[in-house]
Design a protein around this ligand. Structure first.
Ligand code: XMP
Length: 513
């Protein structure tokens, strides 16, 4: 059965990925493409529907983004959102102009005509608006579906052609019935069925990977993080013992990390796992290195060296698997309005495919992070693994400010373990993006019993965030902070003071280095 696809055409909206996520939450597969994707490419994908996103431009501005006008001749249902609606109105012969007042925030939508898109909604609904322009005159064949106090035409449609426009943003949570509008467009208007599930994804991915790999071997660098772990579990389902995972113990890992990886992948999933014990060579290479960027470079270089040497023992391997995610491969539209390919290379294994002549296998490259978590659950991985917090590739080395030594690593590992244990007990833990300890290069005076001490300071970093681009220090209850502090000072030898970091990103960053 052919996979039914929806195309989300990106006009530079801040929340373009959110629209794609909403479509997928309706169990419909979709891809996000730049607004100026040629009609030939769009046609080749045989979309069942097209969604045009919002964007920061004004259609009357010179050089404002336009889609290929032949899209309107494909006979495919289209939903235009905000700028997408205005552009549809403008390109099809209507009139678009400025509103008297910029409409921003909650608005009361009055539905004049439910058509299919507002099916199941009440006559009046709350919606979220953010626009300066609006459609002032409908294009030929269109009818008005709704209005607000500020927008005479807050929604429109051409019933025969199945073109729909909404001036508000159904993708944001501030439009409570937004998901119903997406469901209406996808199921009632585009005739799609909610068939894209993690189970169907696994079936398809297994089939594709088997045919891509044939009888060959695949090597994968397992880090213990969510992405590489889910990629490993999925590949293992597809090709079993022909998957070879390499785990590099660089000595910069959290407490029990190696044991957990061995337990999950070797004991439970019976994956071929090779553990490279490389602590000594990493620490030697990091000796006396203080500059954070130098630390990162050295760790990256050592990783490649160790990985290569492990992979050589496997004989001829043609494929390297990586846990690249969809946000890393999206050809997104830049803030200035032009499309830009933002294809990132993976931190940990950058340089490997080129140097060693590997062909890349990226089984997660169509998925968002929350989908990868669902996939992991479907593949039988534990909640603890699937919902774990991000951990930087260079590990604890960038959480020890200054010199990285075995002694300091051991202190930080113990302190970090206490933070993790106490945070996991906290009922707000799911709302936390990252929580960890940082070892500072200062010593302070304390008293223990009758003795004066002169020991290290640990800083706690606990933040909330949606995507790590911005972050806020978490308002964790004092008793939790108190418990963490007590445990670290009492249990971790070499620490006599704990401080809490109350800086937001920007201007600070999440990590201290
Ligand atoms: P910052 O400190 O820049 O971190 O606010 C943003 C997010 O990125 C993670 N991070 C890294 N991840 N290699 C990684 O794989 C790195 O060198 C690195 N530096 C920061 C950080 O943990 C946070 O989630």
């Amino acid at each position: 059965m052919e996979k039914k696809t929806v195309i989300v055409l990106d006009f530079g909206a801040q929340y373009n990925q959110l629209i794609a996520r909403r479509v997928r939450e309706c169990n419909v597969y979709c891809v996000l493409l730049p607004y100026n994707t040629p009609v030939s490419r769009i046609k080749a994908l045989k979309p069942s529907g097209i969604i045009m996103t919002g964007g920061p431009s004004s259609v009357s501005m010179k050089g404002s983004p336009r889609c290929d006008s032949r899209i309107f001749g494909l006979g495919v249902p289209i939903l235009g959102i905000c700028y997408g609606m205005q552009l549809m109105g403008y390109m099809l012969g209507g009139r678009v102009g400025q509103t008297r007042k910029r409409e921003y925030g909650h608005a009361d939508l009055v539905i004049d005509n439910k058509e299919k898109v507002f099916s199941g909604l009440k006559k009046k609904e709350k919606v979220w608006m953010s626009h300066g322009d609006q459609v002032l005159k409908l294009p030929k064949g269109f009818v008005r579906l709704a209005h607000t106090k500020n927008s005479k035409i807050a929604s429109m449609c051409h019933p025969e052609k199945k073109f729909y426009g909404v001036q508000f943003h159904p993708e944001v949570i501030h439009t409570p019935k937004g998901m119903q509008i997406f469901r209406n467009f996808l199921y009632r208007i585009a005739g799609l069925k909610p068939t894209w599930t993690m189970r169907s994804f696994i079936k398809e991915a297994v089939r594709d990977m088997r045919s891509a790999v044939g009888k060959e071997k695949v090597v994968l660098g397992l880090s213990g993080g969510v992405d590489s772990s889910v990629a490993a579990a999925l590949l293992h389902r597809a090709i079993g013992k022909r998957l070879h995972c390499i785990f590099v113990d660089n000595g910069l890992l959290r407490k029990d990390e190696k044991a957990n990886v061995v337990d999950t992948f070797e004991r439970h999933l019976h994956v071929n796992l090779y553990v490279a014990d490389a602590e000594k060579s990493f620490l030697k290479a990091l000796e006396d290195v203080i500059d954070p960027e130098r630390k990162r470079k050295i760790i990256g270089r050592e990783f490649i060296r160790v990985f290569e040497s492990e992979a050589r023992h496997l004989g001829k391997v043609r494929f390297l698997a990586q846990g690249t995610l969809y946000p890393d491969v999206i050809e997104s539209v830049s803030a200035k309005g032009g499309p830009s390919a933002t294809i990132k290379t993976h931190h940990n294994v950058g340089g490997l495919p080129k140097k060693m002549g590997f062909k890349l296998i990226e089984p997660l490259k169509d998925l968002f992070k929350d989908e990868v978590r669902k996939l992991g659950k479907e593949l039988g991985l534990s909640d603890k693994l699937v919902y774990r917090q991000p951990f930087p590739g260079p590990g604890l080395a960038v959480r020890i400010i200054g010199d990285v030594t075995k002694k300091r690593l051991d202190i930080l590992r113990e302190a970090d373990a206490a933070v993790q244990e106490e945070m996991e007990r906290y009922d707000g833990y799911k709302g936390i993006w990252q929580s960890f300890a940082v070892l500072l290069p200062v010593k302070t005076v304390g008293v223990m019993g009758d003795e004066r001490t002169y020991e290290n300071v640990v800083a706690l970093r606990i933040v909330t965030s949606l995507d790590a681009m911005t972050a806020d220090w978490a308002k964790v209850p004092y008793d939790i902070l108190g418990r963490i502090s007590n445990r670290i000072i009492n249990e971790v030898k070499g620490v006599n003071r704990v401080v809490y970091d109350i800086s937001s990103k920007p201007p600070s960053t999440i990590e201290w280095e």
